[in-house]
Design a protein around this ligand. Sequence first.
Ligand SMILES: [Zn+2]
Length: 352
Amino acid sequence: MFEKSTWIRLPRNVVVGHGVLDDAVEVVRDTHLTGRPLVVTSPTPKTVAAENVVAQFEAVGDDPAVVVVEEATFESVERVLGEAEAVDPGYLVGVGGGKAIDIAKLASDHLNVGFVSVPTAASHDGIVSGRGSVPEGDTRHSVSAAPPLAVIADTGVIADAPWELTTAGCADIISNYTAVKDWRLANRLQHVPYSEYAGALSQMTAEMLVDNAANIKPELEESAWVVVKALVSSGVAMSIADSSRPASGSEHLFSHQLDRIAPGKALHGHQVGVGSILAEYLHSGQEGQWMAVRDALASLDAPTTADELGVTDDEVLAALTSAHEIRDRYTILGGGISEVAAREAASRTGVI
Ligand SMILES: [Zn+2]
């Protein structure tokens, strides 16, 4: 008897391109969201994008409310929830890089209202997925919710963001290679469900980005286009799988652990990129494999060493040997790797 079923939740409207920020009201109307918008943003994105969005909602009489958050903390989420209690929003609009979007995502999930993502940087694949987390003390508040109902990614705005944010987004996409390898391994060893479609899409996304690496350059709007499309594609792979597996494996565990051990030192995407070099080495040990990942990262100006991340060798080793403890996700790290093996992996790949 056939008993399988699947529920694929995708964003309804994904609007990418030059000047699309000006279409915010039209996109929201087309998504059938109603009521007052509550715009969640942070200081710089407020000036470069949120003020424009707010003015558009004001012009059509939607009476938008705004919360400016400074940090990605649970306190910020609570501030947004407090504001929501006062204004009773119909939906939330996150305008910013990672921070404001993650906070809006967590708050909208809590409030059970719709969420619109307006990224001002292409720094990670969370801009199109329902997944996000904010740290609180030693733990993290995570959400695995529906993806945003709409994504409005203006390439003009994104191309103006600091270059390192774009290189972090590229590295997050390159990490799909090892995420898919870990997923396949978990399928073979632990019978974790594997989706051929999601795995292939995720891997192809990384391949296309690497093939296009020569066209990804600072302040080039076309680069913003290439990277945003790849982030959307990664997000779709996660939606198809109903899991972050297609884009998150041992390299992400390594990065989450680095967040605890050396908080605030490097960007998420840059950490997972270095994690990917290590994960590729652990998967095959063959030079060709991990060197290809390292060279792709280097060609995109993304860090490939502990030094370039701004962390110490010991912090890398501590993160690598404890990354398997973070969550119940089977990867090449298995039940953990020894200090000697970690040092060998990190020094042979030149990470330390
Ligand atoms: Zn990521």
